[in-house]
Every structure is written in C-alpha cells, then in structure tokens.
Design a protein around this ligand. Structure first.
Ligand code: PLP
Length: 961
C-alpha cells in the first residue's frame, strides 16, 4: 500500500479494534487459520455475496471532513420564519459542548441498567417535570420520536382506552383542520390500518356523538391563532371522548396550560428548547396526560424508586409494558426514542429557568406583535389578532413578496396562494425585523417600525394568559451561571457508564464506535440550521447526502429503493409493513393480513404487525434456535389464502446464520406472502451477504446500530427501509416532499420528510471513511470478536446456539440458567456484578430468559475483549465458590452487587468477603474504577409508588423504605 493509499485507509484500523498481531492470536484461540476461514465456517455459502460492494473506496478522516464541509455549503442558511412546528433556537454553548458534542452523553445506552444510568435518568426526570409543569398535566414520558407521531400515539391511547381489541364501539377521531399538515398526515397513516375514521373539520362547528373516542386541536394552531378550547373540550367529554392538545412549550410559559383547560393529554416537540433544526431532526417530542392514563401511556416513563440501601434511585418505571413482554398487546411501539434530545431540552430549561424562559417567550411575542403592527400599517390583513409567535398575512401577491424575501435570504411560509405565515423564534432580534418587514414594504419607503418595550402582550387573550407558576423546583432555579451548569452536567455525566468508559456489549444493539469525525459536522451551521420545509434548492447538501446514502444502503442490502423517513427500528418495521400492506391491497389482496413471526423475534415485530392491522401467528423454533421449517410450512399453508408475509431477523436473534433461510423465504413467496427482514443484525451481513440475497423483499436498517449513529442514552435513531422494486411505489410519502419521487403523498410515518435528517451524516461519514473494503472488514471483525469471546468463555459457561461448525455470528448467548439451581444466582446478579468490574451488562434475557447476549462489535480491541472475558471468568469463579459452599448463598459479591463507594467505605462491613473483592475484584479495575452511584435498584417499589417528576429537594438526600 502506498503512503497515500495508507492515508485514505487510515480510518479502517481506527474503527476496527484488533490489529494484525492481535488478530493472529485471536484466530488461534478460535482454532482457525484466517479471518476468511472463520467467515466461511460461519456464513452459509449459498447466500454469500460474490462481488465487492459498489460503494466508493475509503476516504481519510481529514479528507472526509473537507468533503463534507464542501457538501454542507450547498445548503443555504436563510433566516427561517417558516414555523410549522420547527423553530430556530440558540443551543447554549455549554450544552452544545458538554452534552451534544460529548461522548459521555451521546454514547450511552437506554438506561435499562439503572445503577449506572442515574445521570441521564435524573435529566430525563427533569424533562418530565418540565413537561408536566408547562402543560399542567401530572404524568409525562421521556420521550417520543416527533410531534406528529406523539399525536398519533395519543390517538391510539384514547382509542384503546375506549374500545376493546375485538370490539370497536367508538371509531371516530375528530381532527381540527388547523393542526399542522404533517401531523394530519401521520394521523391518517396510523388511523387507517386499525379502523379509525378521522373526521377533519372546524372544532367550533363539530357535531360529536358517542361514535367519537376523541379529538385533537392545536394550541396555538397551525395559523398561529390562540383559540379557547374550553367549551370544545367539554363537548368532547360530554360524549365520553378525550382531547389531546398539540402545543408548544415556549408558548405555554405565557398561555394557560392544556391541563387547566381540561385537556386529557398534551403533545408537541421540545425542539425549540435548544435543539438544532437539523433539516427535521432529531428532536424529542413530549407527551403528557392525566393520571388516569399512567398505565397506558406510550414510551418510557422515568420514575423514582429506592436502592438496596434505601437511598433514592431512579429507573424506567412500568417496564413490563415494554414490547418484550407484551409483544402484540404492547401499549405502544416505542423502543429507541429521543433521549439525548430530551436531555438537551431539559438542560435548556435548567439553564434558563422559569424566568429566563418567560423572557425568551416575551421577547418572541413582543417582536411578533411589532411585525404584525408594521404589516397592518402597510395595508395587509391578518388572519387573526390573537397570536403568540406566528401571524398569517393575507395577500394576493405572494410572488412579489416571496421574490423579495428570497433576495434577502428569508424564508416565509407560503401556505397557499393567498396566505403567508411568519413565525418568529428566539434568534429573531429587533435588527432582523428590518429585512422581514421590508418583504411587505413598497420599494420606495425606508423600513421603519416601533418596538414598545413596555407594551403589554395585547395579542395574547387575557382569558388564556398563564397565571400558574411553573418550574418551581430548585433544579430549575439553581444552575444559571455557566460554571454551575457545566458542573451540574458533569456531575450527572459521571454517574453514567458510556462507551468512553468501557465496551458495552449489548447483543442486538450493536454499540460500536461513534467516531468523532462522523459526529463533528453535526454542529456546523450549514447542517444544523436548515428548516425541514425549506425549498429544495436550499437543501442541496442534504439532498446529496440523502441520495448517496440511499444508493449505498440499496447496494448494501441488494435492494432497489430506500426511504430515510423512519426515526427508529420499530418505526422502520411499521413503515416496511405498510409497504407490504399497500402492495397486497394494490394487487386486490386486501384480505392478506396474517404475519408469521418466529418465537425469537424482538417484541417490536409483533407490535408493528398489529399497528398495520395484521394478525400475528407465531412460528416455533427448534432446539438449536433455528426456525422450525416444518412448523413454518404448516402455518404458511394453513394461512395461505390470507398470508401477508413473515418477519425474520437475520442472522437470527439467537446469533446464528440459518442455512435454511432461503428455503424459508421461498416458502413464504410460494404462498403469496412477502418477506420482511428486521435489520437489527445487519452488522453481520454488510459485504458478506444481503437481505436481497437471502430472498427478503423489504428490510429496515438500524442506522444507530450498524451504521454508527450513537444511541444517545435511548435515542436518537434512524430506521430507514430498503425495498425491492415492486414495493418501491409504496414507500412513505410526505406533504412537504414535493419531489414526485413517491406516488403516495399521504403515507407519512414521521413529521419530517427525511426523519432525523442531520444524523444521516453520521452513517454517510461511516460508509465514506470505511469505504467498500472497510464496511466488509467491519462485518468480518464483528464475527471475529464475537467468536473470540465465545471461545474464551466456552467451557466455563454454556454457550447457546452455535452452528454446525461450533461458530456463532456477531453475537452469542451465554446461558446463566444453570446457576439458579447450583448457586441461586440469577442473570440479574451477574449483570449487576459486572458493574463492579466496570462493565455494562450485555443484553439481558432476550431472546431467551435467564441468559445474556454478548455482541462485542468490531470496534473493540483484544485488550478490552480480554478484560471483559476476564471479568466474566472471575464472576464464574465467584459463582463456583457459592456452588462449593465456600461463599454464602445470600451474602456474596453477586447478590450484593453493585457495591457503591458508600457501602465499601462505610465504617461497618458485615460481609463474608472483603471490601477489596467487592470493589476491586481484578487488578485492571484499580486502574480505572467506575463507581455506581446507587446500589441495586428496587423495581417493585418504584412501580408500586409511582413518582414521575422531581420530588421535593429533601428526598434527594434520603428516601424512606
Ligand atoms: C431485533 C430487533 N428488532 C427491532 C428493534 C427495535 O429497534 P429500535 O429500538 O430502533 O426501535 C431492536 C432494538 O434493539 C432489535 O434488537
């Protein structure tokens, strides 16, 4: 390799852990002579890709950053007054630098292991408290994918609350015509498959009856109008229905909150609380509701509990509602959401506090009022004179105004050919008003206007002016200087174990490196300040990335078309199944509604099938973990007339490449079904095989797994879908996507046309810097690393499900069930003990209860893999001591794990093992000790005493049992 080729390929060894020397040693441990031999023994020959991926060769890191800078300049950073749910915002620098750009925050996993997640759980509790206070509703979650899907979740929650699954009594949902168009679209997509009828009209004229289960209104509405919904809400309640208000957090600092108006639920986006526009995302949606809904609310709710020492400890509450347990009966399908962005929004509220937020809101309202007055003075009419940040101007001459606005690099919202919307935000200054007002000025007079700083906010109706206090908790009234804020963020960060501490070997979740060069461009203004609904010619940089990334993903999957709209894997499943549904419908096969799903499938699979109105039929597994082909054949034949398809994960969730996969896909096709492939395990396919080669018709890709988007402590994520040609016409559309690329303009699954567009850059960067060789090598090394660990642990632990050569795929399952009998040790004890060794537990009890599933990824080097194996081997010895009666069954390092500093340094130590063994069981731990901030968290206590917002300050010090 020449010096220059070397530079172009520099990222490959930075992304992939093991070097040449280590690779040799690892191959020896596995008992094969080369990586190729290992792959040949692992991936069935019948499905192997026989060509090099047609994606570009690798780029060096610096070269990539130059390239992506140049592409970014194709985006035009106009001043946006478009609004419609997206507003420019000022990300406080301290939050930008210490949260958004900090791997200590963005590389975390979803806080399932509560003991090492107290920092982000605390911040998410702040988010919930902020949402509760501002909406005036007692319970909220943290968080949802976007405003439109949050509205759809509210609709579904109401629908399920008032109907039984097999008996629909109320099927109508009233939609006020003045909600955001993208929300309307997503509601429509969600409503149709489950039999909900949307009735769109004016809430003031709605005639409702017992067939309605609920209604949605927007506050302030799509045209910026602040309407009083009190009587409408009463009307809906009189019919026995519920009301959700889509709303705006900044406006709610000045307006009477939905809870005080009688609404049952409030949803919206927290984007304008310091989260960049990013051409549509990622942003966190919020969802708040009355107490009655606390057990049926979608998404993750953070709750307060206690730990083993009776100290206050946080956890995700009511986790039994998760899809894992409830599968097709799940209350929602939220897995990956937008935790990182919820944290940013919460931090914004912590930093500004209630007074700061109110000042921002008042500034925005005052400037909007000033613009309104100036425009009225110029003989225009406004649609309403009751507004907060948005006015709509009536005009017959849109073209001239638009031309002038664009000359000044201003985007207004051109609603139709007679109405222009103008939405202001916290970046608007008195100076910016000159250009804005100039758009409505004749070309002769100089622009003048008056701002009366002492003016009342006369356009906010007195009857809807907020009188109640909010954000009174000390956390929102303390950290207002940068020093304090920086330390608060750091204090929380220190409580959480992230990838910058040690490997996180979560099977199926693929916690690989999120490289700095992939992340850096996200902070650049040409990516971050683009509104999702700007004219296409202003987003050419984004369109370049969308086009090329789509092409690469099609090539990698061996498919023909791609939609980048879904914001998570689960949403990708939903979108993919919608394409199958639409395809069958177009072929006159509307009745095809049976989806076969293997027993080992992730809970989101059956939950997604139900969301598109399908019936789930479970397919059995054999003892070796393979799909039971005989059972499959029988069920496919039995349901042939109505077969919609199958959902499979490949390699399977048991971590093996089934040789029978092509037979499976053929059986489904023979019976008229379509094959959906869950792409969670795509990290074991790229460059070696592909969904298209195994016979699938559609798949989603978790860009936050295989393609390096960080997990952000529970989101963001992206779940684009790739399809074969025949499904391409049924890919999601979008009202604002006027490129004619898709036939369906009203099948949106997300609020923005390209979902969380800004993070697409990460996956694009990943592919460009690894190149065609590097992405394949990543797959090979993912398999190498997993098999190396498997080989090291075999003999001491039972490994479930390897193939006939004894190899696993990119992950493997360790069976911990035998220890229950031999030592009364459960999988949870091992998971918590790993914390004492400085590690996050692997995936617990999925897909097999009582096991852990380890996926090291290609990004870990041998030393880290060895450390992790040594931890597990040392834990095995600790279990053996119990088995042999040398250690007590109740009082041992596993049962008492994790050990906090308080426990270890307490004056009293009553255990039969030493403090040293408790906290520093191996030498490497002494070099980089990670202390859990709480001891084992009590789950039952938390669910029985549900507290989901910040409690009084005293309780932070000590909780009572
Ligand atoms: C096999 C499988 N399918 C689907 C999902 C859901 O993906 P997401 O969390 O992005 O919604 C997961 C998540 O871990 C998974 O492991």
């Amino acid at each position: 390799m020449s010096l220059f080729e070397h530079q172009s390929n520099e990222f490959i060894p930075r992304h992939i852990g093991p070097n040449e020397q280590e690779t040799k040693q690892m191959l020896k441990t596995i008992g094969v002579s080369s990586v190729d031999e290992l792959v040949n023994q692992t991936v069935p020959s019948g499905i192997r890709m026989d060509h090099t991926l047609r994606i570009p060769a690798a780029m060096g890191e610096h070269e990539y950053l130059e390239h992506i800078k140049e592409i970014s300049l194709r985006n035009k950073t106009f001043t946006n007054y478009i609004g419609q749910g997206y507003y420019d915002t000022i990300v406080p620098s301290v939050i930008l630098r210490t949260v958004f750009e900090n791997p200590g925050w963005y590389t975390q996993y979803t806080p399932y292991q509560a003991e090492i997640s107290q920092g982000r759980l605390e911040s998410l509790l702040n988010f919930q408290t902020m949402v509760n206070d501002l909406t005036g509703l007692p319970i909220s979650n943290a968080s949802l994918l976007d405003e439109a899907t949050a509205a759809a979740e509210a609709m579904t929650m109401f629908f399920n609350s008032l109907n039984k699954q097999d008996h629909i009594e109320r099927h109508r949902f009233f939609v006020d015509k003045e909600i955001f168009p993208q929300t309307k679209d997503v509601l429509l997509t969600r409503a149709i498959p489950v039999g909900i009828e949307l009735v769109i009209g004016d809430h003031r004229e709605a005639s409702l009856d017992q067939t309605y289960f609920g209604a949605i209104v927007q506050y302030p509405n799509d045209k910026g109008v602040i309407a009083d919904y009190r009587s409408f809400i009463s009307k809906v309640h009189e019919c026995g229905g519920y009301v959700v208000m889509a709303t705006d957090l900044l406006a709610l600092t000045l307006l009477t909150p939905p809870g005080e108006l009688g609404a049952d639920c409030a949803v919206g986006s927290s984007q304008r609380f310091g989260v960049p526009l990013g051409y549509g995302g990622p942003h966190a949606a919020f969802f708040a509701a009355k107490d009655d809904f606390k057990r049926s609310m979608p998404g993750r709710i953070i709750g307060v509990s206690i730990d083993a020492q009776n100290n206050r400890a946080l956890r995700m509450a009511l986790q039994t509602r998760e899809q894992h347990i409830k599968r097709e009966k799940a209350t929602s399908n939220i897995c990956t959401a937008q935790a990182l962005l919820a944290n940013m929004a919460a931090m914004y509220a912590v930093y500004h506090g209630p007074d700061g937020l109110k000042q921002i809101a008042k500034r925005v309202a005052l400037l909007t009022q000033t613009v309104a007055d100036a425009i009225l003075e110029r003989d225009f009419e406004l649609v309403s004179d009751q507004f907060f940040d948005t006015i709509v101007v009536k005009t017959k001459d849109i073209a001239a105004i638009r031309a002038k606005a664009e000359r000044q690099h201003i985007n207004l919202r051109y609603i139709d050919d007679r109405h222009i919307g103008i939405s202001l935000d916290e970046t608007t200054t008195p100076d910016s008003l000159y250009d804005l007002i100039n758009c409505f000025e004749n070309d002769e007079d100089p622009v003048t206007f008056d701002i009366n700083y002492d003016d009342d906010l006369s356009h906010i109706p007195t009857s809807l002016t907020r009188t109640s206090a909010f954000l009174t908790h000390p956390v929102f009234n303390t950290h207002h200087s940068e020093s304090q804020m920086m330390r608060y963020i750091k204090m929380l960060e220190n409580k959480d174990l992230s990838l910058n501490t040690s490997m996180i070997s979560l099977g199926s979740c693929t916690m690989k490196l999120n490289a700095a060069s992939e992340m850096i461009p996200l902070s650049w203004v040409h990516w971050s300040r683009i509104h999702p609904f700007v004219p296409a010619d202003q987003a050419q940089g984004y369109h370049y990335v969308v086009k090329h990334l789509s092409d690469y993903l099609c090539e990698i999957t061996a498919f023909d078309a791609c939609s980048l709209q879904p914001n998570s894997g689960a949403q990708g499943e939903y979108a993919g199944l919608l394409t199958i549904r639409a395809y069958h419908e177009a072929n006159g096969d509307k009745h095809r509604d049976v989806m076969l799903i293997p027993i080992s499938a992730h809970g989101t699979n059956p939950a997604s099938a139900v969301m598109v109105g399908m019936k789930v039929v479970v397919v059995k597994a054999l003892e070796n973990g393979y799909i039971d082909v005989e059972d499959l054949k029988a069920k496919a034949a039995q349901h042939a007339a109505n077969l919609a398809g199958i959902m499979i994960t490949y390699p399977s969730t048991y971590g093996v490449y089934e040789e029978t996969v092509k037979e499976i896909t053929a059986i489904i096709h023979q019976h008229g079904g379509q094959v959906y492939m869950d792409g969670a395990n795509m990290n074991a396919q790229v460059g070696l095989t592909a969904p298209g080669l195994i016979g699938a018709d559609v798949c989603h890709l978790n860009l936050h797994k295989t393609f390096a988007i960080p997990h952000g402590g529970g989101g963001p994520g992206m779940g684009p879908i790739c399809v074969k040609k025949h499904l391409a016409p049924y890919l999601p559309g979008h009202v604002e996507l006027k490129d004619g690329a898709t036939k369906n303009q009203h099948t949106a699954v997300s609020a923005a046309p390209y979902g969380s567009a800004s993070i697409l850059l990460i996956s694009y960067g990943y592919i460009r810097m690894l190149g065609n060789e590097g992405v394949k090598r990543s797959t090979q090394f993912a398999i190498l690393n997993a098999n190396y660990m498997r080989a090291k642990l075999e003999g001491q632990y039972d490994i479930l499900y390897t193939n006939h050569n004894g190899q696993c795929a990119h992950e493997f399952i360790v069976d911990l069930r035998p220890f229950k009998k031999s030592a009364e040790i459960e999988a949870e004890d091992v998971a918590k003990r790993l914390i004492d060794y400085g590690f996050h537990a692997p995936t617990m009890s999925f897909p097999v209860p009582g096991t852990i599933m380890i996926e090291p990824t290609e990004s870990e080097d041998k030393a880290e893999l060895d450390r992790f194996c040594n931890a597990l081997l040392s834990i095995r010895e600790e279990i053996r001591a119990i088995e042999e009666g040398k250690s007590d069954k109740k009082d041992n390092p596993l049962k008492n794990a994790p050990h906090t500093q308080f426990v270890v340094t307490a004056d009293e130590w009553k255990h039969s093992y030493s403090r040293q063994q408790a906290a520093f069981p191996l030498h490497y731990v002494t070099l980089n000790k990670f202390w859990p901030s709480v001891a084992r968290v009590n789950n039952t206590y938390g669910d029985r005493n549900l507290i989901c917002s910040c409690e009084p300050i005293e309780s932070y010090m000590e909780a009572e049992a």
